[in-house]
Design a protein around this ligand. Structure first.
Ligand SMILES: Nc1ncnc2c1ncn2[C@@H]1O[C@H](COP(=O)(O)OP(=O)(O)OP(=O)(O)O)[C@@H](O)[C@H]1O
Length: 241
C-alpha cells in the first residue's frame, strides 16, 4: 500500500547551524502521527518543507507517492495544512474567510463551509470578524480552513496552541473522529507530551534537529510507565550517542 508520507534524508540547516538534518520517516495511511519535541527541535522547519514552504538543502518528501519538490500540485492535492499560526483576514468574517479559501477548490459550497464551522465549534461566530477572535478561536478557524476540502492528510503544527482545556478535548475528539469516520491521516507536531500520548497512535521524538526514535504509542506504554519517561530516556540516550 502507498505510504501517506515518505520522508528521505530531509535536511535544512540555517546559517546559524540550527534546523533539521537527515530526517527519514514513513507514515502509514490512517496513522495519527505525533511529531514530539521541545521548542526549537526542528518540527516547524520539517513541516514547512513537507508543505513546500521551505526548500530543503537535500532530501525528498513524497505524499501518497508524489514528490513535494518535483510534483508540487499533485503532492498537495490531498493535503490540508495549518503551519505556525492560523492566518486569516482580520477584517473579514469567519464565513467570508472560509469562502475565500473555498475558491481554491472546485466543489465547496456554503453547506460544506457551515459543516466545517460546526465541526470546529465556530458556527456561532460565523458572522464575526476574525480580528476580534481569541487565539483559540483563530486556531479553530484555521482548522476549519484546513479541512474544507476533505483532505486525506492533515498536517497540523501545534494545533492545541492557545486552546483551553475544553478546546483541547474537542480538538482531540475532532482528530479522532476524522481519523475514524473519514480515514484521515494526521501528522501533528506538539511539545505537549500528555496530549500526544492521548491523541496519537505513533510517535516520533525529535530533539536538536534529529529524529531520535519512532514507535507505536501502545508499544511505548507497554515498556515505559509513561510517554514522559520514554521521552526523557530517548533524549538522554541521544545526548550520549
Ligand atoms: N528562518 C530561520 N533562520 C535561522 N534559524 C531558524 C529559522 N527558523 C528556525 N530557525 C532555528 O531552527 C531551529 C528549529 O526551529 P523550528 O521552528 O523548526 O523548531 P520547532 O521544533 O518547531 O520549535 P517550536 O516548538 O518552538 O515551534 C531553532 O533553533 C530555530 O531558532
Amino acid at each position: 500500500m502507498t505510504k501517506a508520507i515518505e520522508i528521505t534524508g530531509l535536511t535544512k540547516v540555517y546559517s546559524n547551524g540550527r534546523g533539521i538534518s537527515d530526517l527519514n520517516l514513513e507514515i502509514d495511511t490512517g496513522d495519527i502521527f505525533g511529531f514530539l519535541g521541545p521548542n526549537g527541535a526542528g518540527k516547524t522547519t520539517a513541516m514547512k518543507m513537507m508543505a513546500g514552504l521551505v526548500k530543503p538543502d537535500r532530501g525528498d518528501v513524497r505524499i501518497f507517492g508524489a514528490s513535494v519538490f518535483e510534483d508540487y500540485v499533485q503532492a498537495m492535492k490531498p493535503v490540508g495544512c495549518m503551519i505556525e499560526t492560523a492566518e486569516s483576514y482580520p477584517y473579514m468574517t469567519a464565513n467570508d474567510n472560509l469562502k475565500l479559501f473555498a475558491r481554491f477548490y472546485p466543489d465547496i459550497d456554503q453547506r460544506r463551509i457551515d459543516e466545517c464551522l460546526e465541526i470546529t465549534g465556530m458556527l456561532k461566530y460565523k458572522n464575526e470578524k476574525s480580528r476580534k477572535f481569541s487565539l483559540g478561536m483563530k486556531q479553530r478557524l484555521g482548522i476549519a480552513a484546513a479541512i474544507l476540502s476533505r483532505p486525506k492528510l492533515l498536517v497540523l503544527d501545534e494545533p492545541l496552541n492557545g486552546l483551553d482545556v475544553e478546546g483541547m478535548l474537542e480538538m482531540r475528539k475532532l482528530i479522532k473522529r476524522l481519523s475514524q469516520d473519514e480515514g484521515t491521516t494526521f501528522f501533528i507536531s506538539s511539545h505537549l507530551i500528555h496530549d500526544v500520548e492521548l491523541t496519537c497512535n505513533r510517535i516520533g521524538v525529535v530533539y536538536g534537529g534529529k529524529l531520535v526514535n519512532v514507535d507505536y504509542t501502545s508499544s511505548i506504554l507497554s515498556n515505559y510507565a509513561s510517554l514522559e519517561n520514554y521521552f526523557v530516556s530517548e533524549v538522554d540516550r541521544s545526548g550520549r550517542i
